[in-house]
Write a protein that binds this ligand. Structure first.
Ligand code: UDP
Ligand code: MG
Length: 312
């Protein structure tokens, strides 16, 4: 059992959520009032009234804090900043759009007090997400877990509770690829799940377009596995093997069936296209990793803070 006066930090990334925020406060605050809490909003460069709404609330409640980014740095960076700036004995991250029900916070804290260092919110069913998003997400996690040594629990996103020691660990990581779902699993802390039904977005629309979703998936795979590089090698072997069969075929054809052997334009064309494709894939895979290395050596900051409210 933890000290009764423990501090709970709640971190909420916000990007253009002016419609969702007014619905969030009345549901979240009554739950938090039971605890000694701090509620940190990380504004990821919102262009609407989100910041004003939060500041308004923060004026009358010093437990509500705001960190504003200079520009949009992305969901994972906003979460990272929240982890860097919170002081809680445990930290809970959730979406601003009420897709992660705040009522689950109580259950998460109970599990934490039982001694778990990480409590994931696990979606029971995802009927509120589109069929496409559900199936691609399912296959992504299966594929990712197949490729990488770090096994990410399925159907969990960024709704989770972390003990202070996990946060301390995260702060030691200086890498730019912040695929937090993998990074929190990597050190092997004791973890459990609480199940919930994912709700519909309270207002507004998702910020994860198809393009962003795929970029996010690639980010995850590239930062947790070098298997795709091996894939390039395997592809090379397969194509070399097929090429060898082609050579045997061509030589036999030339000498054995020389009387009706035509110049074989199709075979040439097919093999050139095939080899070209395989080489491009291999170069592309290598390129992805080189790009990542480049970004790491540049050592640019992960995010830039414009202002902080209610931090002392
Ligand atoms: N978000 C952010 N920066 C971004 C995109 C999203 O801080 O560039 C926030 C957003 O305000 C929300 C959370 O991250 O609180 C999750 O985003 P969203 O609900 O759009 O994603 P989905 O739940 O559809 O996967
Ligand atoms: Mg959402």
């Amino acid at each position: 059992m933890k000290d009764k006066n423990f501090l709970v930090s709640v971190v909420i990334p916000v990007y253009n959520e002016e419609q969702a925020l007014p619905k969030l406060f009345p549901r979240l605050l009554p739950i938090l009032e039971k605890y000694n809490y701090e509620l940190i909003f990380v504004d990821d460069g919102s262009k609407d009234a989100s910041v004003e709404i939060i500041k308004e609330k923060a004026r009358s409640n010093p437990r509500i804090k705001l960190i504003s980014f200079q520009r949009n740095f992305g969901h994972q960076m906003a979460l990272t900043c929240g982890y860097d700036n919170c002081r809680g004995d445990c930290v809970i991250t959730l979406d601003a759009d009420l897709q992660d029900p705040p009522e689950l916070i109580d259950k998460m804290i109970v599990k934490w007090q039982e001694g778990y260092d990480i409590v994931y919110g696990q979606r029971l069913d995802r009927q509120t997400d589109s069929f496409f998003k559900r199936t691609t997400a399912d296959y992504f996690y299966k594929f990712m877990n197949y490729l990488s040594d770090v096994k990410i629990p399925e159907h969990v996103a960024d709704f989770r509770l972390l003990d202070k020691k996990v946060v301390v660990f995260l702060k030691t990581l200086k890498e730019r690829s912040r695929f937090l779902r993998g990074l929190v699993v990597w050190p092997g802390f004791r973890s459990t799940v609480v199940r919930y039904k994912r709700e519909k977005r309270s207002a507004g629309t998702t910020h994860y377009s198809l393009r962003k979703m795929f970029a996010f998936a690639f980010e995850g795979i590239i930062s947790f596995s070098t298997r795709p590089l091996q894939l390039a090698t395997y592809l090379g072997f397969i194509s070399a093997f097929l090429g060898f069969i082609g050579i045997v075929y061509a030589v036999i054809g030339k000498f054995v069936f020389s009387h009706y052997w035509v110049t074989g334009w199709t075979a040439l064309f097919v093999s050139i296209m095939f080899m070209g494709g395989v080489q491009l894939i291999a170069i592309g895979i290598i390129g992805e990793y080189v790009g990542k290395i480049y970004k790491e050596v540049q050592q640019r900051p992960l995010y830039l803070i414009k202002e902080k409210v209610n931090f002392d």
